[in-house]
Each structure stands twice: as structure tokens, then as C-alpha cells.
Design a protein around this ligand. Structure first.
Ligand code: AMP
Ligand code: ZN
Length: 475
């Protein structure tokens, strides 16, 4: 499909409006997403952010764009240094463990890999060069301890993303930590001169002995891989201030060009009404949930299925409902494999047109996935009714299967559906006994056998095409 033929709209945090998406280069999208700080196992709130970005990328690709996606790895900052010191291991060894875990997690969640995963520690020269430019242009200054700060009052647009009023800015006051609140907006550290607390984490550079601040990392790495102006930058809403505000200040002051055209921010995953966060102790890592037997694809579905700009509460009931929804989709695709009716007399063609339009319009409208999924599940219900009536022809079933494959290219939850799953020998015998009981009209025995099979994790269904079984997924 020609990407230009469609009209996608995104809510741009910069303007606080939905805008028609037009990339700089036709049919190509350059996108940067703030990656994990590899100081611990990421929690599923973080994965909500990464899954929203995955959905965004997959939708752009579905609409025909070629996406260049860069996700950084923050492997040096206040948190990583503190963590490695606590465990008394070198920073590199410490962050390598969580970087490996991150890649394992995103594979399990079926997140498509980015084109580049730049590590902050491999880009110190790019950062020092950017800081030098900022010093030369009068936006940065050195303080007596040799650290270098960004002078926010020099950048006239400071606050344009987070909407902080310039008069509220405490210019001249300085903050050295990477994270701070809006009320504390002040000059922030670009380069942190070495102090004994940093231990052996430092670089000897033209700027002196020290390490970069967190914000300069993303400015340097995004511009290196995507150019001085690129299309989309994402992150969670907690990144709007100070991180992304500071990225804009650094990048635009250095290049004199607009940094990013569309800023997209996802809302938080909550637990009992509060942001899921390490510092609140109310988090689940992906590993925690996998250990409890949950399917990572069900977790994917749960985290994807609410609109990215709406907060939502994580609950185990929600996870169970997500499991049932994924099973419904998989069962539907499985059923299509058996269809061989005489034809629906145009009903399938009409339903296909309807769901294509419903799903597509919703996704084009700022990735309104909940509306898109509602259209999809309506479609599944209606086609299931036609399958029940045994009127879906082989050709129609193939068309629907192809359509489902297309949707799954976006959702990534159905995957390969196999009819030939391994059935335990004992279950095979019970299914045969149940068939015999049904033939003999012994419904009580047939029901008892069905229950027994269910306890073994085998779900038996009587369909117009005969008896079907499937292994129940723990979800
Ligand atoms: P971090 O590893 O802390 O830098 O965070 C990685 C990404 O996860 C960032 O885009 C954050 O904004 C995002 N994030 C953190 N907590 C949550 C949450 N509870 N819900 C959704 N996104 C989050
Ligand atoms: Zn970032």
C-alpha cells in the first residue's frame, strides 16, 4: 500500500492536538524511543511503553511506511552507578545482565527489534562534542567543580513541551541529579565532574574527568542515527519533564533546527490507582508473571489493548480476560482451517469490508486500539455464527484467514495456530469413550468425560464439523 494514500493522526504532546501525520521523507519514518535504564529487570509498566511503541511501529508499517527505529540503552546514569556499587561489580558487568534480560523479555513479548540499540557508554565522544557545541554557543557553562550545566534561560523555548511557564523557571539554580520535578526546573547537568561517589565510572575527555548526564545521552544518540530533525519521539508521560524538555533544549540549541515533529507519550500502567514504579515497590516484572505460568503473549495483549493515552490498572482478572480474548482469536483461526461450506452469499465479503474499515479507521485515529479490537471481535462473532451454520466456503475461509494474518501483523498475538497439537494418550482414549457415549445417547457419561478431560487441560467442543479439542493454555 502507498503510505501517502492513508491519513494517520496522532496526538502530538508538543501542540496538545491531534495532527495529521506527514513524515519528512515520503513513505519513510524516523523514530526514536527512550529505551530501558538497565539497572534492574524492567517492570510491566515499562513494557507498556515498549509495547505501545511496537504497536505504533507495526501500524506505520502496515500502512506502508518504512520505519527506522532507534531505541537507546541507558547504561550509565545515577541509577546504574548506584546499583553496580551496591552489588560491588563493575558497571559494565552489572548493566550487561539487565541488557540481556531486556532482550529476552522483548523477544518473549513479540516486540519487533529496533534497527539500532545504541548504548550510552559507546557514545561518549558524540556527547562531549555536543556539549562543546553548547558551550561555544553560550548555552552551557562550567562551574567550579568542573561540571557543566545547561543555562535554561538562554533557550527561549524552554518549557514548550511540558508547558512550564518561563517565569516559573528558577534560572541560575542548578540540579545535578538526572530526575527531578517540574517545580524544580532549573539549570541541569550536561557533564558531571568525577566525585569519589562515582568510583571507577568516569571518562577522561576534553571536558575533563567525568560522565554525561542522562538527558544529553538521548540528544546525542538520536541525532547521530536519525539526523538533527526526525519524525517521531516516544516515551512514557513521566519522560515529558525533565527528560524530553531537556532533549529539546540541548538539540535545538545546538542545531538551530526543530528536533522532533511528533512527540507521542504513553500514559502509565497503574496498580491500585498508583503508577507502577520501582520506587513505590508496587511492580511486577515480566519474569514474576512468567514464573506464575502466564503466557507472555497474553501479557502483550493486555498491555496493548487499552488506548496508549489512557491510564489503566493492572489486575489479574484483566490478565485472565486477556487470556480468554487471545484464545478466542486463536480458536477462530483454527476453526477457519476446517471450513468447507457452500458459501455465505456475500455475507463474508461484506463483513470483511466492514472490519477492514472499522479496524483501519480506529488505528489511524491516534492508534485507537480498543475501538479497533471491538470491531475485530464483532467480526469474529459474526463469522463464527456463519461457521456454526456451516455456510463458509473454503475460499471465503482462506480470505478471512489472510485478513486475520494481516491484523496479527499489527497485534502480534495469534501467531502460528496449529491444529496438530500433541494430545496426551490418556486424553485420546477418553475422547473416544466420550464419542461412544454420545453415540449411545449416554449424555451424563459424555458430560462426565468432558469434565475429566477439562481437568486434564483438554477442552472438547462439539462443532457442526464434529468433535474438536484443544489444549487449554494457562493464562
Ligand atoms: P526507564 O527504564 O525508567 O527509563 O523507563 C522506560 C520507559 O518506561 C519510559 O518510556 C518510561 O516513561 C516508561 N514507564 C515507566 N513506568 C511506567 C508505567 N508505570 N507505565 C507506563 N510506562 C512507564
Ligand atoms: Zn531518552
Amino acid at each position: 500500500m502507498n503510505a501517502a494514500a492513508t491519513s494517520i493522526r496522532f496526538f502530538n504532546t508538543l501542540t496538545r492536538r491531534k495532527e495529521t501525520f506527514t513524515p519528512i521523507e515520503p513513505d519513510k519514518v524516523r523514530m526514536y524511543t527512550c529505551g530501558p535504564t538497565v539497572y534492574d529487570y524492567a517492570h510491566i509498566g515499562n513494557y507498556r511503553a515498549f509495547l505501545f511503541e511496537d504497536l505504533l511501529k507495526r501500524w506505520l508499517e502496515h500502512r506502508g511506511y518504512t520505519v527506522t527505529h532507534v531505541m537507546n540503552l541507558t547504561d550509565v546514569d545515577d541509577k546504574t552507578i548506584k546499583g553496580s556499587q551496591k552489588q560491588q561489580i563493575p558497571l559494565e558487568q552489572y548493566t550487561a545482565r539487565y541488557t540481556k534480560a531486556f532482550f529476552e523479555d522483548i523477544t518473549a513479548l513479540n516486540i519487533k527489534p529496533a534497527n539500532h540499540y545504541p548504548k550510552a557508554t559507546s557514545h561518549i565522544p558524540e556527547m562531549t562534542s555536543l556539549i562543546k557545541t553548547l558551550i561555544n554557543k553560550g548555552y552551557a557553562y562550567k562551574v567550579p567543580d568542573n561540571s557543566i550545566y545547561y543555562a535554561i534561560k538562554k533557550f527561549k523555548n524552554y518549557g514548550k513541551l511540558s508547558k512550564i511557564k518561563p517565569q516559573a523557571l528558577k534560572t541560575g539554580a542548578r540540579v545535578k541529579t538526572d530526575e527531578y520535578e517540574k517545580e524544580e526546573a532549573q539549570d541541569f547537568a550536561l557533564w558531571k565532574a568525577w566525585t569519589p561517589e562515582d568510583g571507577d565510572v568516569f571518562w577522561e575527555t576534553e571536558l575533563g574527568k567525568g560522565r554525561p548526564g542522562w538527558h544529553i545521552e538521548c540528544s546525542a544518540m538520536s541525532m547521530k542515527y536519525l539526523g538533527e530533525t526526525f519524525d517521531i519521539h516516544c516515551g512514557g508521560v513521566d519522560n515529558i519533564f525533565p527528560h524530553h524538555e531537556n532533549e529539546i533544549a540541548q538539540s535545538e540549541a545546538a542545531s538551530d533546527k526543530p528536533f522532533v515533529r511528533y512527540w507521542l507519550h504513553n500514559e502509565h500502567l497503574l496498580v491500585e490507582g498508583r503508577k507502577m514504579a520501582k520506587k513505590f515497590g508496587n511492580f511486577y516484572t515480566l519474569r514474576d508473571l512468567l514464573k506464575r505460568g502466564y503466557d507472555p503473549i497474553v501479557i502483550r495483549f493486555l498491555l496493548l489493548s487499552t488506548h496508549y493515552r489512557a491510564q489503566f490498572n493492572f489486575t489479574f482478572e484483566g490478565l485472565d480476560a486477556a487470556g480468554a480474548a487471545v484464545e478466542r482469536l486463536r480458536n477462530f483461526v483454527r476453526r477457519l482451517q476446517d471450513a468447507n461450506g457452500k458459501g455465505s452469499g456475500g455475507r463474508i465479503a461484506e463483513l470483511v469490508r466492514g472490519v477492514q474499515a472499522g479496524f483501519g479507521e480506529a488505528m489511524d485515529d491516534d492508534l485507537n486500539v480498543s475501538v479497533a479490537l471491538a470491531a475485530l471481535f464483532d467480526f469474529v462473532r459474526e463469522v463464527n455464527a456463519l461457521l456454526d451454520a456451516d455456510v463458509v466456503s473454503r475460499k471465503e475461509a482462506d480470505e478471512v484467514a489472510g485478513l486475520m494474518q494481516g491484523f496479527d501483523g499489527v497485534l502480534g498475538v495469534i501467531g502460528e495456530v496449529k491444529t496438530e497439537e500433541a494430545l496426551p494418550k490418556e486424553a485420546e482414549a477418553l475422547i473416544k469413550q466420550r464419542e461412544a457415549a454420545r453415540k449411545a445417547g449416554n449424555w451424563a457419561r459424555a458430560d462426565a468425560l468432558r469434565l475429566k478431560l477439562r481437568e486434564m487441560g483438554v477442552v472438547v467442543e462439539d462443532t457442526p464439523q464434529g468433535v474438536r479439542w484443544r489444549l487449554e493454555k494457562k493464562s
